[in-house]
Write a protein that binds this ligand. Structure first.
Ligand SMILES: Nc1ncnc2c1ncn2[C@@H]1O[C@H](COP(=O)(O)OP(=O)(O)O)[C@@H](O)[C@H]1O
Ligand SMILES: [Mg+2]
Length: 354
């Protein structure tokens, strides 16, 4: 971290467990992570790696069978793990830390008009009168790109398309004027063109409203164009962390190599795409060594025996892999992800990472 970075949310040694019948599943196995004010932090990793669970702890949204069993979360000086009252979470959720989920219908009430849902939030969070709020709601709708906003104000969610519903969810989040916006795979359920539009919208809004963003995705391709920092998660841990440049052009963990190798832009001439062999480990039993070792062609004996510590590559970049130990043999990243810059530049717009 460089000196002028202002950390506003900091998780330390966070462990999250769930009771599943008579067993305990450890979804987050000691995560430490800093969120810097004004930045976009992307959290990437395969499905089940703990991206959603981790960020749910920031708003007290873990399901009933889950708990933070150790660690801390400091948000602007407040210890979030100490909160035990519903009302205290109500003060944080939405107003300070808002979340946009993959499925907009988890956030919308099907029985209430779109206009009323936005207006209620404005009245609650910005203390406006009903008529002021209505005018503002229409402005927000226009701002997120709803055509004919005045007329559509009185419509119900079912009258909106998936992409338009997600825009409304974004409008509602904006109306809360959050400090931190968590986007949990906000475009995964949408088709590719709409995905790109929503991403562009989020980028514009972030510049305009200057909130800090956590952007969760299993698609590294999206990350290049929107993130400042990237946390790569595997089996409930952050295994590599760095700037977008670090992660794309100087990745160090074999799991990050595999994720990058499976970028759709890197399919071969026959359209074949690399897919990571094997499956992640069970989270019901303790992980020994490097959790990725059984799937990694770069695994060494020690990877099956001892957990790798954090090795710093630069001040801003670290990875938990024994390959970074001074005594480790030299390992080259796979050829398919060498010279990634020109390869993906040819196929997608990544002007941000030049
Ligand atoms: N309420 C729950 N009860 C039991 N296990 C859960 C619960 N929520 C999540 N998990 C498990 O925690 C792990 C991480 O899940 P999640 O954070 O949703 O992954 P993702 O990275 O896809 O967002 C998965 O193994 C998932 O099955
Ligand atoms: Mg998820």
């Amino acid at each position: 971290m460089t000196k002028n970075e202002n950390v506003i949310l900091s998780a330390k040694d966070l462990v999250v467990e769930f009771d599943v019948r008579d067993r305990v599943l450890t979804a987050i196995r000691s995560v430490s992570l800093d969120l810097v004010e004004g930045e976009v932090l992307a959290i990437v990793g395969e499905s089940g790696s703990g991206k959603s669970v981790l960020t749910k702890t920031f708003t007290g949204m873990l399901e009933e069978n889950g708990r933070i069993s150790s660690g801390s979360i400091n948000y602007r000086g407040q210890e979030l793990t100490a909160i035990n009252k519903h009302e205290e979470w109500e003060e944080i959720r939405g107003a300070k830390i808002a979340t946009i989920f993959q499925d907009p219908m988890t956030s919308l009430n099907p029985l209430v008009t779109i206009g009323r849902q936005i207006t209620e939030v404005i009245v609650k969070h910005q203390g406006k009168s009903a008529s002021e709020a209505k005018e503002m709601a229409i402005n927000y709708m226009e701002r997120v790109g709803i055509p004919d906003a005045k007329k559509r104000f009185n419509e119900y969610p079912f009258q909106y398309s998936g992409g338009m519903r997600q825009r409304i969810v974004i409008a509602i989040a904006l109306a809360c004027r959050p400090d931190v916006l968590i986007c949990d795979e906000p475009t995964t359920a949408l088709d590719v063109t709409i995905q790109a539009q929503i991403l562009d919208l989020l980028k514009e809004l972030q510049k305009e409203y200057n909130f800090t963003t956590i952007f969760i995705t299993h698609d590294l391709g999206v990350v290049a164009s929107i993130a400042d920092k990237v946390a790569v998660m595997y089996a409930g841990e952050v295994i590599e962390f760095g700037t977008v440049e670090d992660i794309f052009y100087d990745p160090r963990h074999p799991y990050t190599w595999s994720l990058l190798s499976s970028l759709p832009q890197l399919a071969n001439a026959n359209g074949e795409l690399f897919s990571i062999p094997g499956t992640p480990p069970s989270l019901f039993t303790p992980v020994v060594g490097d959790a990725f070792a059984p799937r990694s062609e770069f695994a060494m004996q020690i990877d099956f025996e001892e957990e790798p510590p954090v090795f710093h590559v630069t001040e801003s970049h670290w990875a938990k892999t024994w390959l970074l130990h001074p005594d480790a043999p030299q390992a080259e990243k796979p050829t398919v992800i060498q010279d990634l810059h020109s390869k993906i530049k040819a196929k997608m717009s990544v002007e941000e990472i030049s």
